[in-house]
Design a binder for this molecule. Structure first.
Ligand SMILES: [Zn+2]
Length: 304
C-alpha cells in the first residue's frame, strides 16, 4: 500500500529538494566532525562560514548546488576555492532522495532505513576520503538505530506472522509495521533482519575484523584496519543483518585490493600505503544490499 498515491517521478521531484538541503548539512558534518577542537565540531548552533576566511555565508549563497554555481566555486568574501566536494555531496544526496521511491516503497520503514543508510554512507565516505577518519559521533548512534529498527518485531509480533505470506507482501503491504525487512536483494528468501540477526550483525561486524586485525598485527607488526572500520561494519550489520554485512566486508576488501595493489606496485612503497577502507565499504554496501543475492548465486555457479 503506497503512502501517497502519486507516480514515482512526482515523488522524486518532491523529495529531491529535501535531499539537496540534507546534503548541504552533510557538508557541514564532513567538514566539522573531524576537527580537533571540540568548539569547531559544533554542527548545530554555529552558522555557516567560509573555512578560508571565517566570513559568514549569505543565505542566498548557501542555497544547495545553485549557490556554488552562482559563486563559480569561490567564496564571495575571500575568493577561497570551494572544493567540488560541496556541490558533489549535495548532488549525491539529492539523487539518493530522488532515486529512493524507485528502489524502495516510499513512506515505509525500509525506505527510511535505506535513506538513512545512504546518507550516512555519503558522509562517512567523504570524512574517510578527506581526513581518513570515521567519526564515532555518527557511527555509535547508527549501531543503536539499526537495533531500534527491529523494535516493531517486539511491538507488533502479529505483523511478523503476516510477513511470511509472500515475497511481495514483505516489502509492499506490511513494510511500515516492521523494521525487519531484509535487504531488498534477499527478500522472501533469506531470514528477515530480526533483532537477533541485527544483534549478530553488530557483534560479528565488530568481532570478525577485530580478529583479522589481531592476526594482521601479529604477522605485520602494524595496525591493518582502523577502529572506525570495525564500527562501520558493526552498524551496517545492525542495519542489514550478519550475512549481508559479511558480503560488504568481502566486497569492500576486494575493491580495496583492486585499487590498492596497483597503487602499491606503482609506488613501490612496500605495503605502507594507507587506504581509506571506509570508502570501499561505503561503495560495497549498495551493491550487496541490492545485488548481493544475485552475486552470491553467480559466484556459487562459477565455483561449479
Ligand atoms: Zn572566504
Amino acid at each position: 500500500m503506497p503512502f501517497f498515491d502519486l507516480p514515482p517521478w512526482m515523488i522524486s521531484l518532491l523529495l529531491a529538494p529535501f535531499g539537496l538541503v540534507l546534503g548541504s548539512f552533510g557538508n557541514v558534518l564532513i567538514h566539522r566532525l573531524p576537527q580537533e577542537d571540540p568548539a569547531d565540531r559544533n554542527v548545530i548552533t554555529r552558522a555557516s562560514h567560509c573555512p578560508g576566511c571565517k566570513a559568514q555565508i549569505k543565505p542566498w549563497h548557501n542555497v544547495p548546488l545553485f549557490g556554488w554555481l552562482w559563486l563559480r566555486g569561490r567564496c564571495a568574501a575571500c575568493g577561497w576555492r570551494i572544493p567540488a566536494r560541496y556541490p558533489l555531496v549535495e548532488l549525491l544526496t539529492g539523487l539518493l532522495f530522488a532515486a529512493s521511491p524507485w528502489v524502495l516503497p516510499f513512506g515505509t520503514l525500509i525506505w527510511f532505513k535505506g535513506l538513512l543508510c545512504g546518507f550516512a554512507l555519503i558522509v562517512l565516505f567523504f570524512t574517510d576520503f578527506t581526513e581518513m577518519m570515521l567519526p564515532d559521533v555518527l557511527q555509535i548512534p547508527l549501531m543503536g538505530i539499526g537495533l531500534l529498527l527491529t523494535l516493531p518485531q517486539l511491538l507488533w509480533p502479529e505483523a511478523l506472522v503476516k510477513v511470511w505470506t509472500g515475497p511481495v507482501d514483505i516489502l509492499q503491504a506490511l513494510a511500515f509495521h516492521n523494521g525487519l525487512q531484509p535487504a531488498p536483494a534477499y527478500h522472501g528468501f533469506e531470514p528477515t533482519v530480526t533483532w537477533l540477526n541485527s544483534l549478530l550483525g553488530l557483534a560479528v561486524g565488530y568481532g570478525v575484523p577485530a580478529l583479522m586485525n589481531l592476526l594482521y598485527k601479529a604477522i605485520r607488526k602494524t595496525d591493518g584496519l582502523g577502529m572506525g572500520d570495525f564500527k562501520m561494519l558493526a552498524w551496517l550489520g545492525a542495519f542489514w543483518g550478519w550475512a549481508p554485512m559479511l558480503g560488504i566486508l568481502f566486497l569492500g576488501a576486494g575493491l580495496g585490493a583492486a585499487v590498492g595493489v596497483p597503487l602499491m606496485l606503482m609506488r613501490r612503497s612496500g605495503g605502507q600505503t594507507m587506504l581509506p577502507f571506509g570508502c570501499f565499504l561505503a561503495l560495497a554496501t549498495p551493491i550487496v544490499v541490492f545485488f548481493g543475492r544475485a552475486l552470491w548465486l553467480g559466484y556459487l555457479g562459477w565455483l561449479g
